[in-house]
Design a protein around this ligand. Structure first.
Ligand code: GLN
Length: 199
């Protein structure tokens, strides 16, 4: 199994360290030619979504990544990565990949609460540490379209949605790569094994 980690900006090295410590091999996605290599899942790290989105566009990676995600490529988007995936961004007049049916709010915790740490229950895996850094939260989960199932809420902090799953897309408002707990990445890797099994 090989995981591609978007490496144009932000906390990609931390995801690679985490995944490699779990025995998974990784590759950095830096430009469109990297998309020709073989990989089984994609991580979109935290950082600055406006910068990452701009670079994805300029590097001609936005469309091909969107297509792959739509075709079922398992993806884990954390923080800015969640914003890139969102179908709607409340306080922004553009969207990027737009594959995940949620509406997010950027920098949603205000200045004082810009960064904080907590522990909370995540559906299916139990209580885990959560580090938020100028994080978005998920304001709403958009309804199912046609036959397609809607987005499942996996975790909430103070009544705000911070983790969701939609098919093989996992969107997380915090930074699981910064804490010692491996369970979010474990859940992502499991979704890849399932993708193989029903391929
Ligand atoms: N505030 C950043 C943004 O809007 C996200 C922060 C993060 O990824 N830690 O893109």
């Amino acid at each position: 199994m090989k995981i591609a980690v978007l490496a144009v900006q932000g906390a990609f090295a931390e995801h690679i360290n985490k995944l490699e410590s779990m025995g998974v091999s990784c590759m950095e996605l830096r430009n469109a030619t990297d998309l020709e290599k073989d990989f089984d899942g994609l991580v979109l790290p935290g950082g600055e979504s406006t910068v990452q989105g701009k670079l994805l566009r300029e590097l001609h990676m936005l469309e091909p990544l969107r297509d792959r995600i739509r075709q079922g490529m398992p993806v884990l988007g954390t923080c800015a990565g969640l914003i890139l995936l969102a179908q709607e961004i409340r306080n922004e007049d553009r969207i990027y990949l737009g594959t995940l049916s949620v509406c997010v709010q950027r920098n949603a915790y205000g200045r004082q609460l810009g960064s904080f740490h907590t522990e909370q229950e995540v559906k299916g895996i139990g209580k885990i540490p959560m580090t938020f850094i100028r994080a978005p939260y998920i304001e709403s989960v958009l309804p199912a379209q046609g036959e397609k199932p809607g987005t499942e809420v996996l975790a909430q902090v103070d009544g705000r949605i911070v983790a969701v799953r939609h098919g093989r897309q996992i969107g997380i408002a915090f930074h699981p790569e910064l804490d010692a707990d491996n369970r979010i990445h474990g859940m992502f890797l499991e979704s890849i094994s399932t993708a193989w099994a029903d391929a």
